[in-house]
Design a protein around this ligand. Structure first.
Ligand code: HAM
Length: 428
């Protein structure tokens, strides 16, 4: 039996890994420009982090977690998302005690959800996310969205639609909750068993149900925006105003509720509108979570953040025809024949690498022709040839592969000469 990778996972091979590195690099750079710093948390946590954080009536907690007992009989879970872990760490490490009350963090790493795999939906996927903790200023909501749009633009993603909504504060959500119960209760037996138990526990989750999506009562369900109290309405207005000032285009969608329980006030999703992008169009989701830090035993601390998966960003970049980075080419490939020349080659290789050149040589005792072929295959700009004559004279030949021009140079001049050759082509 041949062993294959588990369903919903993938190998990222070298030609794809360069695209991943590119996205991670740009996202990191933009975050650093916005003064966000990296945090790394464990890949597994105590299960309670997510049942409490994400919410135990959500699909993620009820159906999608990879939960297991360790040998000490503790219930652990492979993280399905990053926010709950970051907040757990924020509280555990008392980051709220730092002089600068605002803590701006970013993270990247694999997340795990037992979902039905399809294009853009994996069981292991990599999220890049940010969390800003410590301020309930609407400008911060706009800053977080500006950061997201900046990452997208730097990656060449332009066919985007930003959808925002407000889930209001606790009072607003309580009135909405009553209205939802009132709306669904008379016909609740027409809904799936999950929705039936959601009715009293968390009726907002009914709006998120994949099975009952097409039930007519879904379309007529009361929208949270109609239940916002003055304070929540005012907050949302300020967020929208700041987005307008920053020239960030958005649409308000009163039906956007998000699949995690911790949200209040601003909630948003970024969709790809690129033609040819698959059925799942959400590239990124996020929002405000003002009660989550208290949920983990910390002081009252508001927070806001988002996460996107690199898998979906790559799909969107491909759908938009963005030129993707290719594997880096070699500066030079050393072609050497015989033991002595190979030894000389090894020393040279070492020296050139220390100077920052990207170089390689043959380790398979290949014939000259095969070595040139390998140089070609690796896209080497130059070859450095060490034959018998060169060896005797302490020299090597540098050949520019594009022009075919070559020159013989003294061994100790190779570092400088190679630099020249790469820069300007060869002058005989
Ligand atoms: P989420 O909407 O569950 O939010 O996921 C955020 C993003 O992760 C999605 O928009 C999508 O890009 C990606 N994603 C989710 N599931 C999968 C999957 N199975 N395969 C591939 N990509 C996937 C959160 O996770 C929140 N923690 C976001 C957040 C941060 N809110 C505040 N701060």
């Amino acid at each position: 039996m041949s062993i294959r990778l588990p369903r919903g996972t993938q190998d990222i091979l070298p030609e794809d890994a360069v695209v991943w590195q590119h996205i991670e690099k740009i996202a990191r750079e933009v975050c650093q420009g916005y003064h966000f710093e990296e945090i790394r948390t464990p890949i597994f946590e105590h299960t309670e982090v997510f049942t409490r954080g994400v919410g135990d009536t959500t699909d993620i907690v009820q159906k999608e977690m990879y939960t297991f007992k360790d040998r000490g009989d503790r219930s652990l879970t492979l993280r399905p998302e990053g926010t709950a872990s970051v907040v757990r760490s924020y509280v555990e490490n008392k980051l709220y005690g730092e002089a600068n009350a605002l803590t701006k963090l970013f993270y990247t790493g694999p997340m795990f959800r037992y979902e039905r795999p399809q294009a853009g939906r994996m069981r292991q996927f990599v999220q890049f996310g940010v969390e800003a903790l410590g301020s309930a200023n609407p400008h911060l909501d706009a800053e977080v969205l500006a950061l997201l749009i900046e990452i997208c633009n730097r990656l060449g993603l332009v066919n985007l639609k930003l959808v925002i909504n407000s889930l209001g504060d606790k009072d607003s959500r309580d009135s909405h909750r009553q209205a939802l119960i009132h709306h669904f209760e008379p016909s609740i037996e027409e809904f799936c068993s999950d929705c039936q138990s959601r009715l009293t526990k968390n009726p907002l989750r009914i709006l998120d149900c994949k099975k009952d999506r097409d039930h007519p009562l879904m379309k007529t369900a009361p929208a949270i925006l109609d239940f916002l109290n003055d304070e929540s309405r005012h907050y949302f207005e300020q967020v929208k105003q700041t987005l307008d000032q920053l020239d960030i285009a958005y649409e308000v969608d009163a039906t956007l509720v998000r699949g995690l329980d911790y949200y209040n006030h601003t909630a948003f999703e970024l969709m790809s509108t690129a033609p040819g992008f698959g059925a799942i169009t959400t590239l990124c989701g996020g929002g405000r979570y003002n009660g989550l830090v208290q949920e983990f035993g910390g002081p009252e601390t508001p927070g806001i953040g988002f996460a996107f998966s690199i898998e979906r960003f790559i799909l969107a970049m491909k759908a938009e025809g963005v030129t993707l980075p290719e594997r880096p080419k070699l500066d030079a490939y050393i072609v050497a024949l015989g033991d002595e020349a190979n030894q000389r080659g090894a020393v040279l290789l070492n020296e050139l690498r220390k100077q920052g050149f990207r170089v390689d040589k043959d380790y398979m005792d290949k014939k000259m022709k095969a070595q040139f072929k390998a140089a070609d295959r690796n896209g080497a700009t130059c070859t450095i040839i060490i034959g018998e004559d060169e060896l005797a004279n302490e020299q090597a030949v540098i050949r520019h592969m594009g022009s075919g021009e070559q020159k013989t140079v003294a061994y100790e001049a190779i570092v400088t000469e190679l630099g020249e050759s790469i820069k300007g082509g060869l002058e005989a």
